[in-house]
Ligand binder design. Structure first.
Ligand code: AHG
Ligand code: MN
Ligand code: MN
Length: 335
């Protein structure tokens, strides 16, 4: 595909390459794209329309919701409900699976999403995003249950993507055939291919971790970061740089752009809950994107995409990024 090709055109081309395709996937992606354009517009307007700040409500994970968490969730959910391509939906901001009304036509996909990732950054005007994962709905099931969302491991995702609302709005997408990035041209309201065939550099000198959790880390992560901090004089033989945006979309986007490693590892403070980030709508879609771009994504001891999910809002440790660097962390977890 040529630089500048519209996302819509790329999706149609992809559909034409599969002669037996029904077009349902193209329509679903179209709805996702529409939802993200609307969210982008809200994020951009911010307090001009009074949508910054807390909603003073809590989601099922015990986190206080921002107004924009709720607005983004409504936009994404309502937009996908207007189509007929999904059989059910699930989101960070909804306690349970969102079922279709009794008489609504069911589609063959399930969609799981984090409508606004990094929402602690929204009030300070720092990058946020939307993350989504598309799964196949089980055949012959009228109202897919939580169990139906959990059937396949992340390797079975049909598509995964995120839309990042930064200085530009960029949609990054994989359907299992590489990763492409499309920038929203605000003047014409269309995403255009700007980042074709994204690949992550295999080596890096940049890590991202919330250092305030240092005293809670397990030995392998402690060792890894200690060695990064020693730099050239230590066993790694190179000086490292550090970043922490606190928006996973922003960290993953940086890694896709220039390499790096991102860690939200298990630590003693969050051990009981299994980790910080959620498997179904944060770790899995990002792991698929990272692997498709030539990187690696693990919990520490295991590959994220191999995890058999057991809960919709399940949390897992996440380590992802440049292949050779994540391999070092994987080796340290096995040592
Ligand atoms: P969300 O805003 O969807 O709840 O996700 C925030 C996540 C993730 O994007 C980020 O990497 C991490 O939480 C930041 O956590 P800390 O505030 O603990 O650094
Ligand atoms: Mn998130
Ligand atoms: Mn969120």
């Amino acid at each position: 595909m040529q630089i500048g090709t519209s996302l819509t055109h790329c999706l149609i081309k992809k559909q034409q390459a599969h002669p037996d395709a029904s077009g349902e996937f193209t329509l679903l992606m179209n709805d996702i794209v529409s939802a993200c354009k609307v969210i982008s517009s809200y994020v951009n307007k911010g307090n001009l329309i009074g949508i910054l700040g807390s909603a003073e409500t809590e989601n099922i994970q015990g986190e206080t919701q921002k107004k924009l968490d709720i607005i983004s969730n409504d936009v994404f959910t309502d937009t996908l409900m207007q189509g007929t391509q999904v059989a059910a939906l699930a989101s960070e901001e909804m306690d349970e699976v969102y079922h279709l009304p009794a008489n609504a036509k069911r589609g063959k996909y399930l969609c799981v999403y984090d409508p606004l990732d990094g929402s602690s950054n929204i009030d300070v005007n720092v990058t946020v995003g939307t993350i989504f994962s598309v799964l196949r709905a089980p055949e012959g099931v009228e109202n897919p249950s939580e169990q139906d969302f959990l059937q396949p491991p992340g390797t079975e995702q049909v598509a995964a993507g995120y839309c990042i609302y930064g200085p530009s709005t960029i949609m990054v997408l994989t359907t299992g055939e590489g990763v492409n990035g499309f920038t929203l041209d605000m003047d014409i309201g269309e995403f255009k291919l700007t980042h074709p065939n994204i690949t992550i550099p295999e080596d890096t000198k940049e890590f991202a971790i919330n250092m305030s959790n240092q005293r809670f880390w397990d030995a392998p992560v402690k060792r890894y970061i200690d060695e990064c901090l020693i730099g050239k004089e230590g066993p790694r033989g190179k000086d490292f740089n550090m970043r922490w945006v606190a928006s996973m979309v922003a960290e993953v986007h940086r890694i896709l752009t220039r390499g790096g490693v991102f860690l939200y590892p298990i630590d003693s403070k969050i051990r009981a809950q299994g980790g910080k980030l959620r498997l179904m709508y944060e770790a899995n879609p990002m792991a698929m994107i990272i692997e498709q771009a030539g990187g690696m994504a693990i919990t520490g001891p295991e590959r994220i995409l191999d995890i058999k999910p057991h809960k919709l809002h399940q949390r897992v440790p996440v380590i992802l990024g440049s292949k050779n660097e994540v391999q070092v962390l994987s080796d340290y977890h096995k040592a």
